[in-house]
Each structure stands twice: as C-alpha cells, then as structure tokens.
Design a protein around this ligand. Structure first.
Ligand code: SAM
Length: 472
C-alpha cells in the first residue's frame, strides 16, 4: 500500500504505485491537454509529483520536449544563475564486504588492488587536492565494518578538516558511505559533514536484491530507509541518486521522485542534491552486461525533468560523463560537477601503474581542474568553490527557505565570486586568471542588493591583498 509518510521502504516506494504511475504515463504520453497542464504547473516553480513528471518522461512529442528543455534552462537560471559548484571525490578505502555486481570493489574481486589510506596518506591526498584548488570533497569508501569502521571515517574527516597547506583548506566534506545506524549518522553530523550521499542504485526491490546478492547491502529496506535514519541522526542535507543502467529508467525516475516526496512529507525538507550516475566500465565490470543503459538523449531528458520536478534540489554530474555530455546537460539544471577526479585510493598524491588499479570506475572527463574552470567560464558559467551555506548553518529547511525566496542571489552570487577570486589568485593558470578576473568584474554588477554588492567588492579587493575565506 502506497503511503508517502510511511517509514517502511516498501510503502513509501510502493512497487504498485510505480507500476500504476508508468501505466498512467503510457496512457497519457500523447495527451497534449494534460501535458500542457503539467508544463504550466511546472512553470510555477513548485515542482511536480512523480505521476506528473512520469507523464512528461513518457512523452515524445518534439514540440513538448522543446518546451520542457526551455523551462528546465529557465528554472536553472532563476534558481542557480550561471554558478556551477566544483568538488572532487576522495577514495579512502576500497575494502568492501558487499557483492554489488556492477562494482569492482565487490568482495569476490581478488585482482583489484585493495587499499586503505593511512592518516598520513589522507593528508597527502588532501594536500594534492588543495594544491589544485579544491575546497569541497566527497569522501567515498567501500563497506567493511572491520577495515572501514565509522571510527576510521571520522578520523579521516578530522584529518581532512585539519590540513592547512599554503592558502588551502577543505571547507566541506560530503560523505558517501554505506547505509548505517542513527547513532553513526549522529556521529557524522557531529563531525561537521556537509551532505550525506547514498545512491539507491535501484528502487526496484527484486532487481536490487539480485544486484546485491551478498553482504549487508543486500537488505533493501535498510538501504532505502537510510535517509530517514540520517535525518533522525540530525543530518538534514541528504543526497539521493540511482545508478542508471541497472533497471528501467522510467521505474527509477518515479522511485527517485517518490523518495524526494517522502523526505519532504515526513521531514519538511527534500533532498539537498540528486546525482545521476550511469554505470561505467571498471576493473571486472563491463557496462554492456547490464540491459538498461540509457542514451545521452534520455539522460538529458532525465536531467531536464529532475530540474523542473524538484527545482530546489541541486543536481550533480560527475566525471563519469564526458566533456560533451556534461556540456549538453549543464544548462538543463546541473548545479555541481566534480573536476580532476581520481577514483583510485591514493590517486591524487601518486599515479597508479595501469596493471594493478584500485580505481572504482573509468573517468571519462580527465581534464585538470584549471581546464575545467577555464572551460566553464568560456561557456558562460561562473565556477564556484563556495561552502558558505552549511558553515553558516543554512542547511535543510533553512537552505530551502532561502532558495524559495530567491535570496540565494544575494548570497550565492557574491560567495561564488569571492571563492573564484581565491582560486584565481592561488591556483589558476595565466589564461584562466585573465578570463576569471574579467568575469568577476562583470558578475559583481549583477548582485541585486547594493549593500551586499559593495561589501563583495571590498572582499574581492582584500583577497588580492592576501586575505581569505570571506562569506555571506
Ligand atoms: N560503498 C558505498 C555504498 O554502498 O553506498 C558508496 C560508495 S561507492 C564508492 C559510490 C557509488 O559508486 C555507488 O553508490 C555506485 O552507485 C557507484 N558505482 C559503483 N560501481 C560503479 C560503476 N561500475 N560505474 C559507475 N558508478 C559505479
């Protein structure tokens, strides 16, 4: 029985409700009157239900799709401006006791190099990341209660926040580790993490169990209910995602939105971010062995529909995607991207020999951070290294309130400019610096509040003089 407010996975992600939704979407895929009404509703910028959004996903009428893309672009501009926040993943350990069939870290893989960073190695990784200019990390680890217990993760977080190298600092650590207990979520919260990220992989219970045949991750309910426990543990910024390619994308899309609706209904705050990873080639993984791969076109459609369905939720595209695909989806609503990522354990401080990799998957976009920043600016985006919101306590519903009042322009815009200025001063190549300085001059003018604009001017000036870490 579908119940958005239930705490039981199979009730807030009801298989029956998803199937009904898909049937309803099929029936109405050419129903122009209904489609127009849904698009009109989306224009109010208050989002769409999983049923409404699923109708749009089923629709293939070219003129309606053009309207959807145009609306996604407009909503992206209105809510996020031209800012794109940058981050990097940091792999702490690839020891794992699970049997996920799409991931090379699965327990039975005996030829992947198993590695777990010591605290000295964490410091070396963080120093290398700081030297590129990164300020935000997403830490990643396999699930292994013996090798990677919560105490290890907490110790790493402490080390990461403690490294001060030249003008560098990691100011926000997001965490992507396996589903855990309320108590452990509380400890992560108390350690000062940003977002807790956990991909559902698939919302289809039967497939989920087949794709996770062994290990603690096999438990569908425990995994699906993890965000509820995270919220209970005090983490109010959570990041959802599915791994596209494992199951039917339309099923996953409906499930993803139902999960967002559940969080909103129960906790009054939807997901902070949604990630849209696709299965990639990896050590002993061939993506072709999964039947549900999606084309770049469908991928773009999903991105656009996420943007108009949950306008207040950030959207993340990783380096799993190529430069070309990223370019295609950036305007459709992406707010965060990773740059210069290594998916190996210890890969930032030293290169691995190709024959014995510890990497989780192949990275498509292999450019340096400077190249990414340069590219973004040439495309008209404003690269941001901002970490202000959670450091100012603007998480969960407080962040959403800011977003809903569109006040984010008086906050995010100057913060983006000040953190970009830091990047240009400390890390950028000559050409990037030149383009960036001109961009900052132009963008400062766009800050609506004159007082904020004046203060931002002063801070930007002070950054040239050597000061750091200003924020609104
Ligand atoms: N181990 C943690 C867990 O159980 O949720 C999460 C960390 S894992 C390093 C991050 C994510 O990488 C997984 O949730 C999965 O979606 C994704 N992933 C695993 N194998 C992949 C592959 N072959 N291609 C692309 N993404 C993959």
């Amino acid at each position: 029985m579908y119940d958005v407010k239930s705490f039981k996975a199979e009730e807030f992600i009801s298989d029956e409700e998803i199937r009904d939704t898909l049937a309803y979407a099929d029936e109405n895929r050419d129903n122009v009157e209904l489609i127009d009404a849904i698009i009109e509703k989306a224009k109010e910028r208050k989002g769409l239900t999983h049923r409404e959004a699923s109708v749009l996903l089923a629709c293939e009428l070219p003129e309606k799709l053009a309207e959807i893309y145009a609306l996604a672009e407009q909503i992206k501009k209105d809510f996020y401006g031209n800012r794109i926040v940058l981050f990097a993943p940091l792999y702490l350990s690839n020891y794992c006791v699970n049997g996920c069939v799409y991931c090379p870290y699965h327990l039975k893989n005996k030829h992947i190099a198993r590695k777990k960073l010591t605290q000295e190695e964490v410091a070396a990784e963080v120093t290398a990341l700081q030297d590129m200019g990164h300020k935000r990390l997403a830490i990643e680890a396999g699930e292994d209660p013996v090798n990677n217990p919560i105490e290890y993760i907490l110790e790493c977080i402490d080390t990461i926040y403690g490294i001060r190298h030249k003008n560098g600092a990691i100011r926000r650590v997001n965490v992507n580790i396996a589903a855990t207990t309320v108590e452990n979520y509380r400890r992560l919260h108390d350690a000062g993490i940003g977002t807790y990220i956990l991909f559902q992989e698939t919302y289809h219970k039967e497939s989920y169990e087949k794709l996770h045949p062994t290990g603690p991750k096999h438990d569908y309910a425990y995994h699906t209910e993890a965000m509820d426990r995270a919220m209970e543990g005090g983490i109010d910024d959570v990041g959802l995602g599915v791994l596209f390619g494992l199951e039917m994308y339309r099923y996953e899309f409906a499930g993803l939105l139902m999960h967002a609706e559940h969080l909103e209904a129960v906790f009054g705050v939807g997901p902070h971010t949604i990630s849209v990873p696709r299965v990639k080639r990896a050590d002993d993984i061939d993506p072709a062995q999964f039947d549900n791969g999606i084309s770049d076109e469908v991928f773009a459609k999903i991105c656009a529909l996420i943007r108009i369905s949950v306008p207040y939720t950030g959207m993340i595209i990783s380096t799993r995607e190529s430069q070309a695909v990223r370019e295609r989806v950036l305007p459709l609503g992406v707010s965060q991207i990773s740059g210069a990522s290594r998916t190996s354990v210890g890969g930032y401080a030293s290169d691995e020999p190709e024959e014995i990799t510890s990497a989780q998957f192949d990275v498509s976009d292999q450019r340096s951070l400077d190249e990414i920043v340069n590219w973004l600016m040439k495309l008209g985006y404003l690269p941001s290294f901002c970490t202000a919101c959670y450091r100012e306590g603007r998480t969960g519903d407080r962040f959403m309130a800011l977003c809903k009042n569109m006040q984010i322009l008086n906050c995010c815009q100057p913060n983006a400019l000040m953190t970009l200025k830091e990047y240009l001063e400390d890390y950028a190549g000559e050409e990037t610096k030149k383009i960036g300085m001109e961009l900052i001059e132009r963008e400062l003018e766009k800050i609506p509040n004159p007082k904020v604009r004046k203060t931002a001017y002063e801070h930007i000036h002070d950054i040239s003089g050597g000061k750091r870490d200003f924020r609104f």
